[in-house]
Design a protein. Sequence first.
Length: 147
Amino acid sequence: MQRYIAKILSREAIMQQQVLLERLQQEGVCVAQATLSRCLRRMGVAKIGGVYRLAQQQQGELEAVLRIQQVPPNLLVLHTLPGHASSVAACLDGCRQTAVSQNVVFGHIAATLAGDDTVLVVVKPQQLLHVQQLLVQLCSRATFIAE
């Protein structure tokens, strides 16, 4: 089912799960809405700008990060362009969901909280430096500020 979901989301802007269910049925995949919702969460799919996007489609959202601020012992504050914080947080959450099973750096993110232009990233103990380094690399426009 994940292969079909990825195919549909890469070729079409899907704004509602019901529409995605219908597209899956057209592909011969019958699934309940609750199952689809769990599958989307496991795949790291997030609704950004009203459209469902795969984690790899969300990576461009990190370009909206302007400044990364370290707040020890385990917090990072990401300052974004106005209106972009929720999409950045959704991108990180999608990457985190995908990474948990693969034991990569995004798996060290415990949670995110977004406002309009600010994202609070809660990092697991002793992992702040690893996550910070990855975000500095991925957020090419961002400057880093140590507190």
